[in-house]
Design a protein around this ligand. Structure first.
Ligand code: PRT
Ligand code: ZN
Length: 284
C-alpha cells in the first residue's frame, strides 16, 4: 500500500512540489509517460495532473493527498481537508480595472462585467459586498478582457503586478492571498494517515532546517556570559574547554537571517575563529 500524491504536471507549482519531495529524501522513478511516478524509498506514488483537477481527484479519493494553490482549493470548493501550508507559489487574487478609471470603492463594480477564471470565489466576494455585477468566465488571458471590450474589470491572480501594468490596469481590491498547500481526502485509512504523518514530519524537519547553520567559535572564558547572551540555540549553546588555558569553544545553531546581525557583536565581544557550517537535517 502506498500514499498517492497528486502534483501539477507542468506549471508554476511543479518544480517546487518535486523539490519538496526530493528534500524529504524521497526519490521518484518517473513512469515513461509521466502520468504516475513511484518511489522506492517511501511508500509514495505521484500522480501528475493539471492543477485544476487536483481538488476533485483528492475529494474523490483517486489521490489521497495533493499539492495545489489555495486559489484552486477555494475555487473548486471540494470536500477536502487543508493539511499544511507550504509557503511557496505565493500570489493573490485581485480585482483590477483600467488604470485611468476613478475608483472610490467596490461599488464601482455595480452593473459592470468582470472577466475571470475564478467565478466561484468572485461570486462569493460580490455577494458578501452586495455588489451586482456580471461574471464573464474565461479560461486564460483574462488581463486582455478590458482592452478587447469583453469586460470592464478583471479578477485574476497577481504576483509581481507587472502583467497588470503592461495591460494598463490597476489592482483595486485584494480578495484573497494564496500559497501552495497540501490537501488531503477526508477519509484516509489509518494506514494512509500514518504515511501522511510520516511525510509531514519529514517536511516539517526540512522546513525547520532551512536557513539554519551550525556555528562554532572560540572565546576567552571571561567573555562567555556576554557572548552566550547574543546566541540563540536549540536549547542552549554547548561550551567545550580549549586546550589553551582560559579559552572555550562555543557550538550552537543560528539562523542565517540572524547571523549577519550578530557577527559584529560577537567579534567585539572577543569571539575568534568563527566557523559556520550548513545543517542538512535538524530534528527538534
Ligand atoms: O496547466 P495547469 O492547469 O496545470 O496550470 P495553470 O496554467 O492553470 O497554472 P499555473 O502553472 O500558471 O499556476 C499554478 C498556480 O501557481 C496558480 O494556481 C497559483 O496558485 C500559483 N501562482 C503563483 C500563479 C502566479 N503566482 C502567477 N503569477 N499563477 C498564475 N500567475 C499568472 C497570473 O495568471 C497572471 O497572468 O501570472 C500573471 C500575473 O503575474 P505578475 O507577476 O505579472 O503579477
Ligand atoms: Zn490550471
Amino acid at each position: 500500500m502506498s500514499l498517492r500524491l497528486a502534483i501539477q504536471k507542468s506549471g508554476r507549482l511543479s518544480e517546487k512540489s518535486l523539490e519538496l519531495i526530493a528534500e524529504c529524501d524521497i526519490k521518484i522513478d518517473q513512469g515513461k509517460r509521466k502520468l504516475i511516478g513511484v518511489s522506492n524509498d517511501y511508500p509514495l506514488e505521484i500522480l501528475y495532473l493539471r492543477d485544476d483537477d487536483i481538488p476533485q481527484y483528492v475529494a474523490d479519493g483517486v489521490a489521497d493527498i495533493g499539492i495545489v494553490g489555495e486559489n484552486e482549493v477555494m475555487e473548486k470548493d471540494k470536500n477536502v481537508k487543508i493539511v499544511k501550508r507550504l509557503g511557496f507559489s505565493k500570489c493573490r487574487l485581485s480585482l483590477a480595472i483600467p488604470k485611468d478609471e476613478d475608483y472610490q470603492g467596490v461599488e464601482w463594480f455595480n452593473g459592470k462585467r468582470i472577466a475571470t477564471s475564478y467565478p466561484h470565489i468572485l461570486k462569493n466576494f460580490l455577494n458578501e459586498k452586495g455588489i451586482k455585477a456580471d461574471i464573464e468566465e474565461i479560461s486564460g488571458s483574462v488581463e486582455i478582457a478590458p482592452s478587447i471590450g469583453l469586460a470592464e474589470g478583471i479578477f485574476d491572480i497577481v504576483s509581481s503586478g507587472s502583467t497588470l501594468v503592461s495591460n494598463r490596469l490597476k489592482e483595486v481590491e485584494i480578495v484573497m492571498q494564496s500559497e501552495a498547500m497540501i490537501i488531503s481526502s477526508k477519509n484516509l485509512s489509518a494506514e494512509k494517515q500514518a504515511l501522511l504523518d510520516g511525510l509531514l514530519f519529514r517536511i516539517q524537519t526540512v522546513q525547520e532546517s532551512k536557513g539554519n547553520k551550525y556555528i562554532l567559535l572560540n572565546a576567552p572564558n571571561d567573555k562567555l556570559p556576554e557572548i552566550i547572551k547574543l546566541l540563540p540555540g536549540m536549547k542552549s549553546p554547548t561550551i567545550l574547554p580549549l586546550h589553551l588555558e582560559g579559552w572555550s569553544s562555543i557550538h550552537t545553531v543560528i539562523n542565517e537571517k540572524e547571523f549577519w546581525g550578530i557577527i559584529d557583536k560577537l567579534k567585539t565581544h572577543g569571539a575568534e575563529g568563527i566557523l559556520v557550517i550548513p545543517i542538512e537535517k535538524m530534528i527538534k
